[in-house]
Design a protein around this ligand. Structure first.
Ligand SMILES: N[C@@H](CCC(=O)N[C@@H](CS)C(=O)NCC(=O)O)C(=O)O
Length: 214
């Protein structure tokens, strides 16, 4: 009864893999290389017609796509793992709020920052659009920075939110800007990266020998 995660290193697959690891779930990781464009190859499109990673095959065979849907599914499958506060608790609503915020208000701008020529003419227009997308991502991460009062986003402690926020803090915005402007989120990411179950996952995805950030 094994989960199969399709993704690339340093990508949105980090969030799914960190949740699997934190839950102690048995899983296999299948590399879908963004550099080689494998997310648009027919084999992967048959799993996710939108041509994006991550995708998760459940032990029962169902394919789940969309990082937020994957995270919520794993929290459902492993209710004792502490990935989310108890069902119907006020903290659960807060968790949904910020998970939805990141999925809908931040993640779409990552596509614009990564592939601006999908949205504007290649060259100056695409470059300018990319800069705007990066500004919007920064502005929205600052909102999270401002509500972050403790080591983790929820007062009750670690949850899926921290995995998701740590991931977004690593993308697009530049490490210098992050360190200067997001000290609390930088601390949260460090705490996530040191969790015993997540540490090896974090190292594979983000401690890259070429020092490159997405
Ligand atoms: N809404 C999707 C977005 C996924 C997404 O944009 N993934 C990126 C990698 S982080 C991707 O596959 N990019 C390749 C592409 O857009 O061609 C989700 O939450 O899973």
């Amino acid at each position: 009864m094994t989960y199969r995660l399709y993704g690339d290193l340093g990508s949105g697959a980090f969030s799914a893999e960190a949740a699997l690891a934190e839950a102690g779930a048995p899983y296999e990781f299948e590399l879908i290389s963004l550099e080689r464009g494998e997310q648009k190859a027919p084999r992967f499109l048959s799993l996710n017609p939108s041509g994006k990673i991550p995708a998760l095959r459940l032990p029962e065979g169902e394919i789940v796509t969309e990082s937020l849907a994957i995270l919520l599914t794993l929290a459902d499958h492993f209710p004792q793992s502490g990935l989310l506060p108890a069902q119907a608790a006020p903290a659960r609503a807060a968790a949904y709020r910020w998970l939805a915020f990141m999925a809908s208000e931040i993640y779409p701008f990552v596509e614009i920052a990564d592939y601006p020529a999908r949205f504007a003419q290649e060259g100056e227009a695409a470059d300018a659009l990319r800069e705007v997308a990066i500004s919007r991502i920064r502005e929205r991460l600052l909102l999270i920075e401002r509500v972050l009062a403790g080591p983790f986003l929820l007062p009750g402690g670690f949850s899926l939110l921290d995995i998701y926020a740590a991931m977004f803090s690593r993308w697009s915005i530049g490490s210098e800007w992050r360190e200067a402007n997001l000290p609390r989120l930088t601390g949260l990411a460090a705490a996530v990266s040191k969790r015993p179950a997540i540490a090896p996952v974090w190292a594979r995805h983000f401690d890259r020998s070429d020092g490159q950030e997405k």
